[in-house]
Design a protein. Structure first.
Length: 285
C-alpha cells in the first residue's frame, strides 16, 4: 500500500502544535528535522482534507502577521520506500555520557544505557535538542536516585520516564493528556522491559502526590501556565528539569517558576533551545 509523505516547513514554536494536529488526522509518524517536519499518512486517509487544513493554517498565520508562515509539499511513495525512509530518519543517537537512543531494528550499543524507542508515533525520539538536554541533565542530577521519585510530565513516547527507570529511580510515573502518547509510551515501556514505569492519561492537576524530580519537556507558554501547580507537586529539596524553551523565552519561564517558589539552579543551552533546572528549598529542621 502506498503512503503519503508530507513535508511541512514551519517555525519551531509551532511544530508541537502541528504534530498534535496531524496526529489526530491519522498521521503514522513524524520525523522532525531542523527546518521541517516530515509526516507520513496511509493511503486510506483523506489527504485533501489534511492539505486543505494546512493551507488554512498558513492563511491564519499570514493574517496574524507571521512572516515565516507555513509551506508544505505532498508526494506518494511506495510502501517499501516508506519503510526505508522511515528507518533512515531514525538513526541511533547518543545523549549525555551514558545514553544511546536506538530504534527497534538496531542492535544495543555496548557499555551504554540503551533506550529503544519505536517511532511508530513519534512524540519524542531523542533526536531533538530538548530531549537530549533533558537526558543530559537527568544524568547529571541522578545521585542517590534509588530513594527518589520521578515524574515525566508530557511523557510522549515515554523516553524520559524509561531513562529515569534505567537510572534507578525508586518510583517513575509518566503522564500525558494525549491517549496516542499514552499508547506509544506503553509500547516503549514493554520494549525496554521497564514495567515498573507507571503511565497515566491526564494532567498534572490529577497527580495525587509530589515528586523529588519532575521533567517537563513542553513549550515555554505551557511551562508558565503550569508553574504554580508544578511547584506544588515538587517535594522540598527536589528539582524540576524544564525544556522546550527557545532562546529568549527563558526569562518568562524563570520568572513564573520563581514566583511559584522555585529557584534557578542551572541554565543549559543547546543551539537555539534552553533547558532549566529549578529547585525547591529543603525544609530546615
Amino acid at each position: 500500500m502506498p503512503y503519503y509523505e508530507v513535508t511541512i516547513t514551519v517555525a519551531d514554536t509551532l511544530k508541537d502544535r502541528i504534530i498534535e494536529r496531524i496526529s489526530k488526522e491519522g498521521c503514522l509518524g513524524v520525523i522532525e528535522n531542523d527546518a521541517s517536519l516530515v509526516a507520513y499518512f496511509p493511503q486510506t486517509c483523506d489527504i485533501k482534507t489534511i492539505t486543505d487544513d494546512l493551507s488554512l493554517l498558513n492563511n491564519l498565520l499570514e493574517r496574524s502577521g507571521n512572516a515565516q508562515g507555513l509551506t508544505y509539499a505532498c508526494t506518494v511513495i511506495p510502501e517499501q520506500d516508506w519503510n526505508e525512509s522511515w528507518k533512515k530518519g531514525f538513526q541511533p543517537v547518543d545523549a549525555g555520557k551514558q545514553f544511546t537512543i536506538i530504534p527497534p531494528w538496531e542492535q544495543p550499543r555496548k557499555d551504554r544505557i540503551n533506550i529503544t524507542i519505536d517511532p511508530a508515533m513519534a512524540f519524542g525520539t531523542g533526536h531533538h535538542e530538548t530531549t537530549r538536554s533533558c537526558l543530559l541533565l537527568m544524568e547529571k542530577y541522578a545521585a542517590d536516585c534509588s530513594q527518589k521519585s520521578f515524574l515525566d510530565l508530557g511523557t510522549g513516547t515515554g523516553i524520559l520516564a524509561i531513562a529515569a527507570a534505567k537510572l534507578g529511580y525508586r518510583r517513575v510515573v509518566g503522564i500525558d493528556t494525549d491517549p496516542l502518547a499514552v499508547d506509544a509510551s506503553l509500547l516503549n515501556i514493554e520494549i525496554n522491559h521497564t514495567s515498573e514505569v507507571e503511565i497515566r492519561e491526564g494532567s498534572l492537576s490529577e497527580a495525587e502526590t509530589a515528586y523529588d524530580v519532575i521533567a517537563a519537556n513542553l513549550i515555554s507558554g505551557v511551562l508558565v501556565l503550569l508553574a504554580t501547580i508544578l511547584a506544588a507537586h515538587l517535594n522540598p529539596g527536589g528539582i524540576a528539569i524544564l525544556s522546550g524553551i527557545l532562546v529568549g523565552q527563558e526569562d518568562e519561564v524563570i520568572e513564573a517558576m520563581e514566583h511559584a517558589g522555585l529557584t534557578l539552579r542551572e541554565t543549559h543551552i543547546d543551539d537555539k533551545w534552553v533547558s532549566l533546572v529549578m529547585d525547591r528549598a529543603p525544609v530546615l529542621e
